[in-house]
Design a protein around this ligand. Structure first.
Ligand code: GDP
Length: 700
């Protein structure tokens, strides 16, 4: 039968790890008693070591699930005694003072505001000197509430005890012999849940503090009969020497001295050894009688779990490792797919777009705002005018424009444009499934990607800048390139024309029609004209006062136009000015002069700059490809392996997988099913162990 209890204790802790539901519980012995009743002394006497937290006001604040595992001597050698906290991963602790310290720390970790915690501490003790037992030590009942032990503490402890003394547990009610049993909170609580006293054992401590006859009468149990009886103990500690052996000797002495009262004929149970034996018997028989019920319950749970696993997951097994590996593969795969967006022609197109904007800026700055711009168009349409006869002013202008474009920080801007694209790609991967469940991994992913980028940006932009340097001095244009540049400039201008027209339409609608806008624009132009003449007249006339009155004069018109509309009109003037220049230039670009070829560059700066922009885009994309993209695409998958994957130990892999709720549910159910299967296997092996050998079927 010994073997059975041991096995069942194992099964019990497996069941506890499956879930805390009452249906799957094998009995344990729950120790209750009021503070100072001698509860700790009894437990320590059973274990044979001092290991429970001590000290003033040091109550047990968390339940201790104490599992005692008897380790038999092998070849006459006594195995080493040790304790273990399975939940803490501290390994074997052979020094019981360390166990005591750990328990004290765990208790102190419960915030004073909470008083007690429901979260049990799992402690296992392996020793040749302990029986196979499971005991649950609970906070002692508080008798009097004091200032630092408020009323709520009393209630909390009572509530906690109530939870544990439910069936099928056995109640070990600790009472001190020198306190009237009627006042024992332990017995009172036990009677509430076990009125017939069928699963309560009484332990009467401090037997040495009452006359032996009185002690014997208590143990007789006539007043409060308990089916499992009372055991009397003396667990007094000698403050100067509290080794278990000394304590045991004092107890033996006491009962020996009073053997007339407590002798073998009296049928009374006394002494720690008797208590241990009694506890083993009671637990054994209680577990044995629970066996049938628990087997059925586990069978039911297992069937349910098996069914759910089939229905929900089609029996597909996963592991945390496989999930992590799949996630990383998926990440690499997604990344690889996305790199299609970074193929060279695409990058080149993007860079060209950016440079087109720069070209427009340069044109606006150098040509459109130039009052002589119209002159250029006229010269272009004059077929007799040869390029070499053009005013050097325009040649300088073209050189300035080209140099403004090539010196506008193309290296840095184009590198950053591509780097930003990569960053956006990584960010979107980090924010999406499944990394939305793994915020820390996502953070790392972003961090190392940014690091790679940061390392490459400087080198790349310098390299690009170096390689476009020749264009700062001289740009050779082939006829084919010219034609392409001219066409692209036309496209660009047509788009710009459309954009201006749209803007003008919007403003027209906003101010209430074309006529209204014309009137407004007329007014704005007039104002500007006045300001111009005033400005040029003022210094000459030297009569500031006069100017002021004129410009501030309130005219009937200024009444008619609200300020917001005047702002709109100013924009309209700007757009329509631009529109007329664009149209002029479009005509020029389409003229025979421009079509003639690169020799017309002075007349058609737009086509020329477009060719330059194209060359810049081509060169930049080439070096960005080599210095940034190739490097990034090479390093990224390797960083995934070294920063996300190889760093993880087994515990972290599990934690990572469980961050994903879908995976967590899958793993939970799978684990539950497997544990139930294991428990079922063990339970079945027990029943064959217990069942009598089957008679062999007789052969006929
Ligand atoms: P707990 O608060 O219920 O855990 O009680 P303790 O085990 O700490 O015991 C309270 C006090 O009673 C301590 O000073 C013990 O030394 C003392 N004590 C415990 N058992 C006995 C006993 O059998 N006889 C005597 N005389 N004192 C005891």
């Amino acid at each position: 039968l010994m073997h059975l209890t041991k096995k069942l204790i194992e099964i019990r802790s497996m069941l506890l790890s499956i879930d805390q539901s009452d249906a799957l519980k094998l009995p344990s012995i729950v120790v209750i008693g009021s503070q100072s009743s001698g509860k700790s002394s009894v437990l320590e006497a059973v274990v044979g070591h001092e290991f429970l937290p001590k000290g003033n006001n040091m109550v047990t604040r968390r339940p201790i699930e104490l599992t005692l595992i008897h380790t038999p001597a092998k070849n006459g050698q006594h195995p080493v005694e040790y304790g273990e906290f399975p939940g803490l991963g501290m390994g074997k602790i052979t020094n019981f003072a360390d166990i005591q310290r750990t328990l004290t720390d765990l208790n102190l970790a419960v915030p004073a505001s909470e008083c007690v915690s429901n979260d049990p501490i799992d402690l296992r003790i392996y020793s040749p000197n302990v029986p196979d037992l499971t005991l649950i030590d609970l906070p002692g009942y508080v008798q009097i509430s004091s200032l630092d032990q408020p009323e709520t503490l009393k209630e909390k402890i009572a509530g906690l005890c109530e939870k544990y003394i439910r069936e099928p547990n056995i109640i070990l009610a600790v009472c001190a012999a020198d306190v009237d049993l009627a006042n024992s909170p332990a017995l009172r609580a036990s009677r509430k849940v076990d009125p017939l006293g069928l699963r309560t054992i009484g332990v009467v401590t401090k037997m040495d503090l009452v006359p032996p006859e009185q002690g014997a009468s208590i143990l007789g149990g006539n007043r409060y009969p308990l089916h499992l009886g009372y055991v009397g103990v003396v667990a007094k500690k000698n403050p100067s020497d509290t080794t278990a052996v000394v304590v045991r000797a004092a107890e033996n002495d006491y009962f020996h001295q009073h053997r007339d009262t407590f002798g073998s004929t009296s049928q009374l149970m006394v002494g720690t050894d008797t208590l241990r034996r009694r506890l083993m018997e009671v637990l054994e028989s209680s577990m044995a009688s629970s066996l049938h019920g628990i087997t059925n319950a586990v069978q039911l749970e297992l069937e349910e779990a098996t069914y759910q696993f089939k229905v929900q997951y089609n029996d597909r097994r996963i592991t945390a490792e496989s999930y992590v590996a799949e996630t990383m593969d998926m990440l690499k795969h997604r990344f690889k797919e996305s790199t299609q967006q970074f193929r060279r022609p695409i990058i080149r197109g993007k860079l060209k777009e950016m440079l087109d904007d720069k070209v427009m800026d340069v044109l606006e700055q150098l040509y459109w705002l130039d009052k002589k711009a119209a002159e250029l168009s006229q010269m272009g349409s004059n077929a007799k005018l040869k390029p070499e006869d053009v005013d050097p002013y325009w040649k300088h202008k073209l050189e300035a424009a080209s140099s403004l474009l090539t010196k506008s920080g193309v290296g840095r801007d184009s590198t950053l444009l591509v780097a930003d694209g990569l960053r956006a790609l990584i960010d979107s991967i980090a924010l999406g499934e499944p990394f939305n469940h793994h915020p820390r991994a996502a953070e790392r992913l972003i961090e190392f990607s940014h690091n790679i980028l940061r390392d490459r940006i400087g080198v790349t932009s310098d390299q690009v800048e170096n390689c476009i340097k020749p264009y700062k001095y001289d740009v050779e244009v082939e006829p084919r390139e010219w034609e392409q540049g001219r066409q692209q400039a036309i496209d660009l201008f047509e788009k710009e024309v459309e954009a201006c027209q749209m803007k003008l339409k919007e403003i027209t609608k906003k101010v209430g029609g074309g006529r209204r806008l014309n009137a407004l624009m007329g007014y704005v132009k007039k104002l500007e004209e006045e300001q111009r003449t005033a400005k040029s007249a003022a210094p000459a006339a030297g009569d500031e006062g006069d100017v002021k009155t004129e410009s501030n004069e309130i005219t009937p018109e200024s009444y008619r136009y609200p300020p917001a509309q005047i702002v709109d009109a100013r924009y309209a003037v700007m757009y329509s000015d631009r529109l007329s220049i664009l149209k002029l230039r479009l005509a020029a670009l389409k003229s025979p002069r421009c079509r003639a070829g690169p020799q017309s560059e002075v007349f058609c700066p737009e086509a020329f700059l477009n060719v330059v922009a194209d060359k810049l885009a081509y060169t930049s994309s080439m070096f960005i490809n080599i210095e940034l993209l190739d490097q990034f695409f090479y390093q990224f998958p390797r960083e995934i392996d070294s920063r996300l994957l190889y760093d993880l130990d087994r515990k972290e892999i599990i934690a990572f997988a469980r961050e994903n709720p879908i995976v967590r549910r899958h793993l939970d159910l799978q684990e539950r099913k497997e544990k139930l299967e294991e428990v079922m296997k063990q339970l079945n092996s027990l029943s064959t162990l217990r069942s009598d050998p089957q008679p062999q079927p007789r052969r006929q």
